[in-house]
Design a protein around this ligand. Structure first.
Ligand code: PLP
Length: 439
């Protein structure tokens, strides 16, 4: 018996022992093509020599220095690198160890900002239904995914939720995409007014929704209108790019393609690409200035924030993406993947929608294409699909539909940026076989 308290105590896991480009090899020598980057993490695959060398160099020089005593070269360099490339207005970076922590930091920075500028009544947060922002209690409370929240409900802070921007299911028959964006921005405004514009602290959303909906992009203009509504009431906009950021959708920050900037942006997975655990919250100048001109102290320190080796790894990852021109590759490969998924699944009786941007693609499964009726969640299709894909030597990221029928099961694909075209064929073939044996 394993003494590890595994994620799922009813499941057996193969033992991963070796990385080989986009493959993970287990102890029995089986190879798994990583078509989901784990959970949209491993954007450089699993055996990048340049990143491994950067980690070795940093560890042998200085592995770690507690940030209450020191700053460090890799932390300063990584912050410079990110801010030079970040959307306008963001000017400093708070480093943490992962995505949930980045969201927690964003929530507390938003709160502290308003306390420091004399608006302590701003404590309400608005997020979207069917969203996921992490599993720590504040981040979990922010998310609107009922299944993840329900058993922890009494412990969660009160957040209100508005509709996600989910055209496949929620665009009305007589509505243009633009009109849908206007309607959803009006819904946010109505919620702000219900709470009292002077009481709302922030609105939180993922530019491209990953885990909960499966690579759902917003309709054109949605985020511009959301930004306008936030600005009208002095509400901060927090964009959660933990999954969709760092090149995954073809630009370093997904917000760039929406033409908006944010007051706070959270990043994590692709930042360190799995080579080290790291996340970060990018902070706008006005929030930083308010705290710098006030208490000067953000009461949030964790032991491992700004970990020197993690920062060195992330810097090497980001430099590799840039020097190897991998964002161009994400766009080209993304089109190739979408085309192959279309050829293979567009007429499949149980694939209702194929969507996404860059190397962030999703397929939504439905029991019936015409009515878009999801499969019964009790079938646990996502778990069966994951098992079938692993048996085919493929890692993909299926998620369950909701009990209320608001969304179907879906499969998220988020492969490494350094694939070859032949890997795209391999992904589509193996996925096709896994779907056929499951449905
Ligand atoms: N935010 C988003 C959008 C995510 O997709 C995730 C994880 O999937 C998180 C936050 C939490 O990140 P982590 O698992 O690194 O804590």
């Amino acid at each position: 018996m394993s003494h590890v308290f595994h994620r799922n105590l009813h499941q057996d896991y193969p033992t991963a022992v070796q990385g080989d480009g986009p493959y993970i090899v287990d102890r029995e020598g089986r190879r798994y093509l990583d078509a989901s980057g784990g959970a949209a993490v491993s954007c450089l695959g699993h055996s990048d020599e340049a990143v491994a060398q950067a980690i070795k160099d940093q560890v042998s020089r200085l592995a770690y220095a507690h940030t209450s005593f020191f700053t460090s070269e890799p932390m300063e360099q990584l912050a410079d690198f990110l801010i030079e490339r970040a959307p306008a207005g963001l000017d400093s970076v708070y480093f943490v160890s992962g995505g949930s922590e980045a969201v927690e930091a964003a929530l507390k920075l938003a709160r502290q900002y308003f306390v420091e500028i004399g608006q302590p009544q701003r404590k309400h947060l608005i997020a979207r239904r069917q969203s996921y922002h992490g599993n720590t209690l504040g981040a979990l409370a922010t998310g609107g995914n009922a299944w993840r929240r329900q058993q922890f409900e009494p412990l969660l802070i009160n957040v209100s939720h508005v509709s996600p921007c989910y055209a496949y299911r929620d665009q009305q028959p007589d509505e243009t995409p633009e009109a849908m964006g206007v309607r959803l921005a009006a819904e946010l405004e109505a919620e702000i007014l219900r709470l009292g514009g002077e009481n709302v602290m922030a609105f939180v959303a993922e530019p491209v929704v990953g885990a909960t909906l499966g690579a759902v992009t917003a309709v054109p203009g949605y985020f511009t209108r959301i930004r306008e509504v936030c600005d009208r009431y002095g509400v901060l906009l927090i964009l959660d790019e933990v999954m969709c950021g760092m090149g995954r959708t073809g630009s370093l920050f997904a917000a760039e393609q929406e033409g908006v900037t944010a007051d706070l942006i959270t990043i994590a997975k692709g930042l360190g690409a799995g080579y080290q655990p790291i996340g970060a919250t990018l902070v706008s100048q006005r929030i930083r200035d308010a705290i710098a001109n006030g208490s000067g102290f953000f009461q949030h320190g964790h032991t491992y924030i700004g970990h020197a080796t993690a920062c060195a790894a992330a810097l090497a990852v980001q430099q590799a993406i840039e020097s190897r021109d991998l964002l161009t590759r994400v766009n080209v490969l993304g089109e190739g993947l979408q085309a192959r998924l279309g050829e293979r699944f567009a007429n499949h009786p149980h694939i209702g929608d194929i969507r996404g941007r860059g190397l962030f693609q999703g397929l939504e499964l439905v029991a019936d294409r015409d009515s878009k009726r999801p499969f019964d969640p009790a079938l646990k299709l996502h778990a069966r699909l994951k098992k079938a894909a692993m048996a085919e030597g493929l890692m993909c990221y299926p998620m369950g539909g909701t009990l209320d029928g608001r969304q179907g099961d879906h499969i998220l694909l988020a492969p490494p940026f350094m694939l070859e075209g032949s890997h795209l064929d391999e992904i589509t073939d193996r996925l096709g076989r896994a779907i056929d044996t499951t449905l």
